[in-house]
Write a protein that binds this ligand. Structure first.
Ligand code: NAD
Length: 286
């Protein structure tokens, strides 16, 4: 396939690389002038998006996605499928679907989970919103860049799934960190806490797979001095998205709001660039 790729950052670059490795002809554009081995660099975005069968975007936020997609829709061929893999607000996702629809283009919102490691290994999970026909066309590419693609529903459903999932993750990570902190105060060995909770009703991904206590459980960012992994400021971004959506749609998400406030204080208090599991370190420091 002829594929245009806009946004070759920490996630976009390895995703584009996997498309090239599978034999696709990928033309890329990034305002930072990033080049990726095997990806044909375009001098201007229009050059990356015209004449393509599929265009993938992987960008920082909803405002940028809206601007970039306006330019894409203006330059893209009529049969093109546009896939936005960025994590953005549901409203912006729906707006760019509408923009594509006005010109008769197919579009998908397809945010990912799995981080930079998953992007490099081609094991991302895609959460996808859009029509059945668009999903069927995009699926072969999701299979190359990821291990799983779930069609969640119509326009914006992928972003909705992503922010709900990450709200669970933020809340559960804080819960696990607080449990280790309380265990410390009670003189309970961290390994014993892990052995019990990870096989009991306290078990969850934040504990079992991504344990925030160094030296306990499977290897995780805690064992690498909390080098991300998943940076705290990215967790804050996703929790902010969940709270904006909750406020706009009248959903009661008390703990989600509280988790957002915890991560905001953490990031502003020096946690930027640390893994999101370093909440435990902060609690231990008092
Ligand atoms: P990044 O900042 O490394 O990459 C974004 C890229 O977009 C940059 O290279 C930037 O130069 C480029 N860009 C910005 N404006 C542009 C424009 N107008 N035209 C073309 N290029 C432009 O960010 P990232 O970590 O790759 O994340 C990308 C998206 O993926 C975000 O929405 C993020 O929330 C989401 N995400 C990230 C992770 C992660 O672990 N990094 C995990 C899941 C989802």
């Amino acid at each position: 396939m002829k594929i245009g790729f806009v946004g070759l950052g920490n996630m976009g670059a390895p995703m584009a690389k996997n498309l090239v490795a599978a034999g696709h002809a990928v033309t890329g554009f990034d305002t930072a002038g990033v080049t990726v081995e095997g990806v044909t660099p375009a001098a201007a975005m229009e050059d990356a998006v015209s004449g393509q069968e599929v265009i993938v975007t992987m960008l920082p936020n909803g405002a940028i996605v809206r601007t970039v997609h306006e330019a894409i829709v203006a330059a893209a061929d009529p049969e093109t499928l546009i896939i936005d893999c960025s994590t953005i607000d549901v409203e912006s996702a729906r707006a760019v679907h509408a923009l594509a629809g006005e010109k008769g283009l197919m579009s998908l919102d397809a945010p990912v989970s799995g981080g930079t490691g998953g992007a490099a290994a081609g094991t991302l999970t895609f959460m996808v919103g859009g029509s059945e026909a668009a999903f069927a066309k995009g699926r072969p590419l999701f299979e190359l860049m990821g291990a799983k693609a779930v069609h969640c529903g119509e326009a914006g459903a992928g972003q909705a799934a992503k922010i709900c999932n990450n709200m669970i993750l933020g809340i559960s990570m804080i819960g696990v960190c607080e449990a280790f902190h309380l265990a410390d105060k009670l003189g309970l060995d961290r390994q014993a806490m892990f052995d019990v909770a990870s096989t009991s009703s306290g078990s969850c991904w934040s504990l079992n797979t991504y344990c925030p206590a160094p030296g306990v459980g499977p290897e995780s960012p805690a064992d690498r001095d909390y080098k991300p992994g998943f940076a705290a400021e990215l967790m804050l971004k996703d929790l902010d998205l969940s709270q904006t959506a909750a406020e706009k749609n009248g959903a009661a998400t008390e703990l989600g709001r509280h988790a957002r406030d915890v991560y905001k204080a953490f990031v502003e208090g020096g946690g930027k660039g640390r893994d999101f599991s370093a909440i435990l370190e902060k609690l231990s420091a008092g």
